[in-house]
Ligand binder design. Structure first.
Ligand code: FDA
Length: 394
C-alpha cells in the first residue's frame, strides 16, 4: 500500500458547505484537504440566483426547512446565523441587496461569493485538490481516502458532496453511498424546488398558456405559498409552484387560488356591474392575464355579456377560481430541481457537530443531509450553518 499524505481533516466536496467547513476548520489551526472531482470549486454557487447568488435570507428560521426531523436544523442555524454570513460578506466588501421576501443577492456576481470563500480557505491554509475523483474510502483508526492523486489519511472526514440535482453539473449519489458504507440510514430522495409536469395527452395540460404568469396562493396538504405561478410548455412552474413541490407527493392534488387576497365573488360582480355589456372573459381579464382569463371562462358563460350573468353564477365562477385543483403527472425531476429532499437521516447525526453518532470523526453537511430549505437563500444558509458547525469539530 502506498504511503498516504496525512491531514487533520479531509473535506470531500468543494461546494457551499464544503468550502465553509474547510475554512472554519482551517481557521482553528487544523490541516485541511478539500477535494472535489470538478474542475472548479462552488459551481452551483456560480449559477445560483441567475448568476447573482441568493446567498441567504434575512428571515431564516427553522420552520423554513423540510426534514423528517423538523427540530434538527435549529442548533446549527442558531450557532451560525444569516447575520454571521452577512457579516462575512460585508468584511469582504461585497455589495448586496434584498430583492424581495428577505432574499439577499450579490449586486454584481456570484463569483464574489466563491472568491470570498476561496480567499478564506487560502488564508486558513486549506489545500484544495480539484479534478480529484475519490475512488475508495476506508477506515482503520484513521480515514483513508484513495483518489486519482494518490491516498490521503485523516482523523476527520467530512462529506459535503451535495444532492442529486443537476447531474449535468457533476451531482452524484456519492455522499449517500458513503453513508451506507458506514452503516448509516439514508432516507429516500426526491427532487425538490422543481416544476410540475402534465402528461402530454392530458387535455388539461397548459401548453396554450406557456409564458403566462400571475400571482396565486398555492396549497398542498396543510402548506401554502403566496407568490407567482408560471405556465410552461411542460406544465407549471414559478416560485409558488417550486416551493409547494417540496411538500408534494406523487398523486397529490394541488389547489391554486388564482385570486388571492380578494373577495373574489364580490369583486367580479362589481366589475360586471361597471361593464354589463362586456363579455365574461373580458371582465375576467381585468383580474387575470388575458390568455388565462379566456382559458378559465366556463363554456356556459363564454360569449355572454357580464350583465346577464346571474349572481350565483359569479359566485360559482369565483369559487372555481379560488379552488382550482390540478393533479400533476410528476415533476421535471433532478434535471432541473434546485435541491434534493431526503438524504442522510438526521437521527444518525449530532445536530450540534453534524458528526455521525455511530462513526466518530465522520461528518455530513449541506444538501446530502435530510434538511432542505425553501426557495430564497435558505439552502445556502443551511450549507453555511452546517459547514461552520462541522468545521468547529472536524
Ligand atoms: P453542492 O452541490 O454545492 O456541492 C457539492 C460539491 O461536491 C460539488 O462541488 C461537487 O462537484 C462535489 N462532488 C459531488 N460528488 C463528488 C464526488 N463523488 N467526488 C468529489 N466531489 C464530488 N440555494 C440558495 O440558497 N440560493 C440560490 O440562489 C440557489 N440557486 C440555485 C440554482 C440552481 C440552478 C440550483 C441547482 C440550486 C440552487 N440553490 C440555491 C441550491 C444550492 O445550490 C444548494 O442547496 C447548495 O449548493 C448545496 O450545497 P452543498 O455544498 O451541500 O452541495
Amino acid at each position: 500500500m502506498s504511503q498516504a499524505t496525512r491531514f487533520d481533516a479531509i473535506v470531500i466536496g468543494a461546494g457551499a458547505a464544503g468550502l465553509m467547513c474547510a475554512m472554519s476548520a482551517g481557521r482553528r489551526g487544523r490541516s485541511v484537504l478539500l477535494i472535489d472531482h470538478a474542475e472548479k470549486a462552488g459551481k452551483k454557487i456560480l449559477i445560483s440566483g441567475g448568476g447573482r447568488c441568493n446567498f441567504t435570507n434575512l428571515h431564516t428560521a427553522p420552520d423554513r426547512f423540510v426534514s423528517a426531523n423538523r427540530h434538527f436544523a435549529i442548533s446549527a442555524l442558531k450557532r451560525y446565523t444569516q447575520h454571521d454570513f452577512i457579516a462575512l460578506v460585508r468584511r469582504h466588501g461585497i455589495a448586496y441587496h434584498e430583492k424581495k421576501l428577505g432574499q439577499l443577492f450579490c449586486d454584481d456576481s456570484a463569483r464574489d461569493i466563491v472568491g470570498m470563500l476561496l480567499r478564506e480557505c487560502d488564508e486558513a491554509g486549506v489545500r484544495l485538490a480539484l479534478e480529484t475523483p475519490v475512488t475508495r474510502i476506508a477506515r482503520d483508526g484513521l480515514f483513508r481516502v484513495e483518489t486519482s492523486r494518490g491516498p490521503f489519511e485523516s482523523e476527520s472526514l467530512v462529506i459535503a458532496t451535495g444532492g442529486l440535482s443537476i447531474p449535468k453539473m457533476g451531482a452524484t449519489g456519492f455522499g449517500y453511498r458513503i453513508a451506507e458504507q458506514f452503516g448509516l440510514k439514508v432516507l429516500p430522495t426526491r427532487a425538490g424546488l422543481v416544476p410540475f409536469t402534465f402528461a402530454e395527452a392530458d387535455p388539461r395540460n397548459f401548453k396554450d398558456l406557456a409564458g403566462v404568469s400571475c400571482e396565486a396562493s398555492v396549497r398542498c396538504g396543510g402548506t401554502a405559498f403566496d407568490e407567482a405561478i408560471l405556465f410552461t410548455h411542460r406544465g407549471i412552474s414559478g416560485p409558488a409552484i417550486l416551493q409547494i413541490s417540496s411538500y408534494w407527493r406523487d398523486g397529490d392534488t394541488v389547489e391554486i387560488d388564482m385570486l388571492p387576497g380578494l373577495d373574489a365573488a364580490e369583486h367580479l360582480k362589481r366589475l360586471a356591474a361597471e361593464r354589463p355589456k362586456a363579455e365574461v372573459k373580458t371582465v375576467l381579464s381585468e383580474v387575470l392575464p388575458r390568455r388565462l382569463a379566456h382559458r378559465v371562462t366556463p363554456a356556459g358563460l363564454d360569449g355572454r355579456p357580464a350583465g346577464q350573468v346571474r349572481e350565483r353564477e359569479w359566485s360559482g365562477l369565483a369559487e372555481d377560481l379560488r379552488h382550482w385543483r390540478i393533479t400533476p403527472a410528476g415533476t421535471e425531476g433532478y434535471r432541473t430541481a434546485e435541491v434534493t429532499l431526503g438524504g442522510v437521516d438526521t437521527s444518525e447525526l449530532s445536530s450540534k457537530t453534524l458528526e455521525a453518532r455511530r462513526v466518530p470523526g465522520l461528518f455530513f453537511i449541506g444538501e446530502v443531509v435530510d434538511v432542505t430549505g425553501w426557495l430564497g437563500g435558505y439552502n445556502f444558509q443551511w450549507a453555511w450553518s452546517s459547514g461552520y458547525c462541522a468545521g468547529q469539530f472536524a
